[in-house]
Write a protein that binds this ligand. Structure first.
Ligand SMILES: Cc1ncc(C[n+]2csc(CCOP(=O)(O)OP(=O)(O)O)c2C)c(N)n1
Ligand code: SF4
Ligand SMILES: [Mg+2]
Length: 318
């Protein structure tokens, strides 16, 4: 809740807390943050991992959209991809495996001045976090969820993930995976996401464009980023990488992004499928719905802050 005092001080990592407070600068007065300003620890990903590209484009986005430290919020679960917040010199949380979305929802609902970005992997999103994915999508919480899909569990060293194709050999499927993989695009549309897109770490301009569009969307934005795990599933996305002989085919211009069934059919295409925005509609967000409830209640209780309204509700339940 925005006006509830926090029991701890929140400062960007590396910030000098001893300096006297200065008057807040307007965004126009402030230089855009460059990669140098927002890079934290050296990424510990394997050389060649697709996740590097997603991080580089996130830095570009921060610079291009003139986001500043106090507004950058990067949340993740657990996995190689989920190490993301460690590498961004701003506010963020590396949360529990599969539980990034509930945490991020709390931030997004209580801090309407922020745009929350959530990064994670295919296991994090669709396996252990599958139920959270469904419910965050159907509630249309305003945030951007970027799933770096490498079709494998990378951090735990090569287990079958929910997006691994049939036949994929891993430590958990030594004779080749038998189970039908989930289709993230169809899953997201079906669950109720209001912005659904696919991109790839090998096409930087496209990846940046998708992140920008998702950020501008007023609702739950989901992006599937094909991001190769060079260690445990090399070559997984060669069929969509032109320099490896693959085809990068964009969503046709005539596709109606508001047509749920058309989006679903387009999502049905087999790998590599199309790239771009499959689905985009406007629906009331959880944020707007909650804000309306709070405003309505505040009008009846002489402007109490949200946390006191909550406290009163809990007291009534005792
Ligand atoms: C509650 C819990 N269950 C299981 C694990 C072990 N674990 C850590 S990461 C991971 C899977 C990571 O795969 P994915 O989300 O696809 O991310 P990637 O490493 O491929 O980027 C698992 C099973 C954990 N850390 N916590
Ligand atoms: S194990 Fe795979 S996903 Fe993890 S850092 Fe290495 S290449 Fe990337
Ligand atoms: Mg993975």
């Amino acid at each position: 809740m925005s006006d509830m005092p926090l029991p701890f001080a929140v400062v960007p990592r590396g910030a000098n807390t001893n300096t006297a407070p200065v008057a807040p600068l307007t965004d126009a007065d402030r230089k855009p943050l460059t990669k140098k300003d927002v890079s934290a620890d050296h990424p510990t990903w394997c050389p060649g991992c697709g996740d590097f590209s997603v991080l580089a484009l996130y830095f570009k986005l921060i610079e291009k959209r003139r986001m500043h430290h106090e507004k950058i919020t990067t949340v993740a679960g657990i996995g190689c991809s989920s190490r993301f917040p460690y590498f961004v010199q701003a506010h963020g949380a590396h949360f529990i495996h599969g539980r990034a979305l509930p945490f991020a929802s709390g931030v997004a609902l209580s801090r309407p001045d922020l745009h929350v970005f959530v990064f994670g992997g295919d296991g994090d999103a669709f396996s252990i976090g599958g139920n959270h994915f469904t419910h965050t999508a159907r509630k249309n919480v305003k945030l951007t969820y970027v799933v770096m899909d490498n079709n494998v569990y990378g951090l735990t060293k090569n287990q079958t993930s929910p997006t691994s194709p049939v036949g994929f050999k891993s430590k958990t499927d030594v004779w080749g995976a038998k189970d039908r993989p989930i289709n993230p695009i169809k899953q997201a549309i079906f669950a109720g996401a209001t912005f659904v897109a696919r991109t790839t770490s090998t096409n930087p301009n496209h990846l940046l464009a998708m992140m920008e569009q998702a950020m501008d969307h007023d609702g739950f934005g989901f992006i599937q980023v094909l991001s190769e795990c060079v260690e445990f599933y090399p070559g997984a996305f060669d069929n969509s990488t032109p320099r490896k002989g693959g085809v990068f085919a964009e969503v046709p211009k005539e596709h109606d992004v508001t047509d749920e069934y058309a989006a679903y059919r387009l999502g049905e295409e087999l790998s590599p499928g199309k790239f771009g925005v499959f689905y985009k509609v406007q629906r009331p967000t959880k944020n707007a719905n909650e804000a309306a409830i709070i405003a309505d209640y505040q009008s009846k209780v002489a402007g109490l802050p949200p946390w006191q309204i909550l406290k009163k509700s809990f007291d009534r339940m005792k």
